[in-house]
Structure formats: C-alpha cells, structure tokens
Write a protein that binds this ligand. Structure first.
Ligand SMILES: *Cc1c(COP(=O)(O)O)cnc(C)c1O
Length: 239
C-alpha cells in the first residue's frame, strides 16, 4: 500500500517533541501565573547516543542530564566542542565522586554530607564551583535515595559551609504511581522546604522537579528545572 502524506504519522523527532514539551510547560506556567522564563528544561539523555544528543542540541537543548557515569563520560568527551551543561542526576556513590566533580557542572543527587565533602575536595580548582542540589526523599520511599524532609535543614546548613560547591536547591523524584493530587501535595512540600531554607538566608534558587509524567504539577508548584527524558527522546530501551 502506498504511503501518502495524508496518512503519514504526526510530526516526530526531537525538535517536534521539544516543541510539544515547551508548549506543555508554557501552558502550566500560564495557568499558574508563572514566568516561563524562570523554568529550564534539561534533556535527560540516559540511554541515548552522542548522535542523538547532537540532534537535541540542534533542536535547541543546551543542558543534559545523565544518570550513569560510565555511559556519560564518553558522551561528554564526544560533545566537548559543543560544551553543553552537564547535570549528574543519578545516584551518587561515594567512591565515584571524583569523575563527577571533574566532568559535570551540576549534581542533583547529593543526600549525605560525606558525598558533598568528597565533591568539594575533588572539584578541580580551575573549574567554577560545582552546582549542587540536595535530593529529598519527599514521599519516604524505601526504594529511593534522598535525605528525609526533616533532615533537610541540617544537611543544607552543613553543605552550605563547604568550599568549591555552589548550593543551589533541592531535587526530588515522585513515586511513579502518584496521582495528580498527590503530585501537587508532594511538590508543594518541596517548595515549602526551599522557602524555609531561604528564610534562614541560604538564597537557594533551584527546585529540580518534574519529569515527563508530572511536569504540569511540578510547574504549578514552583519547579525551576524540569528533567525530561521520555517525552523528548521516546521510550527508553530497557536500562
Ligand atoms: C530518567 C530520569 C528522568 C526523566 O524521566 P522521564 O520520565 O523519562 O522524563 C528525570 N530524573 C531522573 C532522576 C531520572 O532518572
């Protein structure tokens, strides 16, 4: 059977997906009375090849999130000329902090002082301070990393003292099955934690929250950094 323009699939590809995601972000920002310019979308590129990342850069992305060091380092090397901003969004193992401190611009998964201390020690002096978000286990899930909400103030205060780090804010991941009301409640709790910290003078400017499935709720509750994978690149092959 002939394929004709009339029955070709809807526009696909990273540029079209990006336009759809940005439209969702803009609609949520508008509904919440937020300035869309205060929200950054980073492309979560785990499982994607360097060629796909180049395609994403050509579509307008300048910031990427990677979860796994062994996978990320060759891509960072391959894209060195284009110099995107690299975010480490995976779980940080204490014995793997050095390459993170050397090769990334941001780390979102800091959830204990020992890891922050190592990153501070290992951040090269020729590089600008490493941007850090503390991961919060906002729903208290046993399967997830992150500091308990009650322990956030103490850990923030300690990490803020460390050299070579720029403490920027808080990060979370929600339970996959959370319904819309739960998403809103948990993201709002994150915003309260950030506001409490700022009441003590910390000057944090980042709420790293919102993924493909919950970005509207995240924007409504104050997210400044959305981490979007599937909605841009399509479903991942099994990890
Ligand atoms: C994979 C991942 C994302 C992106 O999730 P999608 O549902 O594919 O948008 C965001 N944040 C973290 C920490 C991730 O591991």
């Amino acid at each position: 059977m002939l394929s004709t323009p009339q029955n070709s699939p809807p526009e696909s590809g990273i540029a079209a997906n990006r336009a759809r995601v940005l439209a969702r972000v803009a609609a949520a920002a508008e509904a919440g009375g937020r300035d869309v310019r205060s929200i950054t979308v980073l492309a979560v590129s785990k499982g994607q090849t360097a060629a796909r990342l180049l395609e994403a850069m050509d579509a307008g992305f300048t910031q990427f999130g990677e979860n796994y060091l062994a996978e990320a380092l060759p891509k960072i090397e391959a894209l060195r000329q284009r110099a995107p901003v690299w975010h480490f969004i995976g779980r940080v193992q204490a014995n793997k902090t050095r390459p993170i401190a050397e090769h990334f611009d941001w780390v979102h998964g800091v959830d204990r002082l020992r890891v922050a201390e190592r990153l501070a020690e290992q951040r090269p002096h020729y590089a600008p301070p490493l941007n850090v978000c503390l991961q919060v286990n906002i729903a208290g899930e046993a399967s997830k990393g992150g500091v308990a909400p009650a322990d956030v103030p103490q850990l923030l205060a300690a990490v803020a003292q460390l050299p070579r780090l720029a403490l920027r804010g808080l990060m979370c991941m929600l339970p996959y099955e959370a319904d819309s009301a739960t998403q809103h409640a948990l993201f709002a709790r994150m915003r309260q934690l950030l506001e409490q910290a700022n009441a003590t003078g910390l000057g944090l400017d980042t709420l790293s929250m919102g993924m493909s499935g919950d970005l509207a709720a995240a924007v409504a509750e104050g997210a400044t950094l959305l981490r979007i994978g599937t909605a841009l690149f399509g479903a991942r092959q099994s990890a």
